[in-house]
Design a protein around this ligand. Structure first.
Ligand code: NAP
Ligand code: 8YV
Length: 315
């Protein structure tokens, strides 16, 4: 009996490919490059990155699109759902690494550890010459979480031992959270001095962290973004950091990756990471396994393990 055909359009974690090859007939190609016979055979997709409406429409018999990453903004899940195609993502398995990165970025930004290490490596530590005191301390800060989902909760759990006050903004109050809730991002920004953004890329979150929000955080304010670059107005951020309207920022994500604006690269009060929050070998392996296991479960038992809400689960 011929094996089920799964399309892998573009680069993906090598463990995904290795495991898929054990169970499926793998076709590594762009959806647009397939002849109609091959396109008709494809029933599953494993993708890391973008898979839009046109690609979905080009596969008449596709049932499941398994996307690498918890954020699935690259896949047109709404369009897939409207056609009865299930989309899955990789939630939960990366929570710890991403939350740890948020805390690391927060400390690096506030206490300037990367700059201090560069200062030492550059040979500046000499008798009588010490690295300048960091302008900011985490002690006594009021941290506002923009997003309190799976990862936001883990960030909050990690913040508690630091004895900072924690508040949050989401679209609706989370009854089981003991932190102060602010119904608007502006109200949260006015109340706190430190914001950690961990919301998805959606039409509603576009450039929501804008000049007004940054001004509300103020000259002593700190912004950490581990969500998506899409949610921050980078021009406004660079201007606020440069003028001192905002104290400092730590960013793992950017608007147009991998292009980081020169204006941000030039700023000493910005700590910049190359979108690496989930980037450890164990976590990426777990994400890869979930991509494959969703396909195996779907074609073996008719159930997806981690379907996204937009896509109706068939069967
Ligand atoms: P999640 O569990 O779905 O949580 C998303 C949170 O965002 C929820 O608290 C949601 O709360 C809030 N939210 C959504 N839209 C909002 C809006 N318009 N206004 C205010 N709050 C809004 O997702 P997650 O697993 O925590 O992941 C969050 C995001 O982190 C992912 O989508 C991805 O983009 C990003 N991420 C980045 C990395 C990285 O490497 N840097 C790694 C993993 C994830 P309500 O529903 O109550 O509004
Ligand atoms: C990954 C992420 O770096 O899960 C997400 O949403 O942003 C990260 O974990 C990315 O998805 C892998 O390309």
């Amino acid at each position: 009996m011929s094996r089920i055909a799964v399309l892998v359009p573009g680069k993906i974690h090598e463990r995904v490919l290795a495991r898929l090859k054990e169970c499926f007939d793998i076709i590594e190609a762009d959806a647009s490059a397939l002849d109609s016979e091959t396109a008709g055979r494809i029933r599953g997709v494993a993708v890391s990155g973008t898979f839009g409406a046109q690609a979905i429409d080009s596969l008449p018999n596709v049932e499941l699109i398994s996307s690498f990453g918890v954020g699935y903004d690259g896949v047109d899940a709404k369009h897939a759902g409207s056609k009865g195609v299930v989309v899955t993502n990789t939630p939960e398995v990366l929570n710890d690494d991403v939350a740890d990165t948020a805390i690391g970025l927060l400390l690096n930004t506030i206490r300037e550890f990367p700059r201090a290490e560069s200062w030492l490596r550059d040979g500046n530590w000499k008798p009588g010459q010490n690295y300048p005191l960091s302008r900011f301390s985490l002690k006594g800060r009021h941290v506002g979480l923009y997003g309190l989902g799976r990862i936001g909760r883990e960030i909050a759990n990690r913040l508690e031992p630091f004895k900072v006050k924690i508040s949050y903004h989401t679209r609706s109050r989370h009854a089981d959270a003991s932190y102060d809730y602010y119904p608007t991002l502006k109200a949260l920004a006015e109340a706190v001095d430190t914001m950690i953004a961990i919301v998805p890329k959606t039409p509603q979150t576009h450039k929501t962290v804008n000049a007004e929000i940054l001004a509300a955080l103020g000259p002593g304010g700190v912004l950490i973004n581990v969500g998506r670059g899409w949610i921050v107005d980078e021009d406004a951020l660079a201007a606020a950091l440069s003028s001192g309207a905002l104290g400092a920022a730590g960013l793992d994500v950017f608007y147009d990756e991998p292009n980081v604006p020169e204006a941000l690269l030039a700023l000493p009060n910005a700590v910049l990471l190359p979108h690496m929050a989930s980037g450890s070998v164990p976590t990426r392996n777990a994400m890869a396994d979930l991509v494959v296991d969703n396909l195996i479960e779907w074609f073996g038992n008719g159930k997806a393990l981690t379907p996204v809400p937009e896509a109706p689960v068939k069967g």
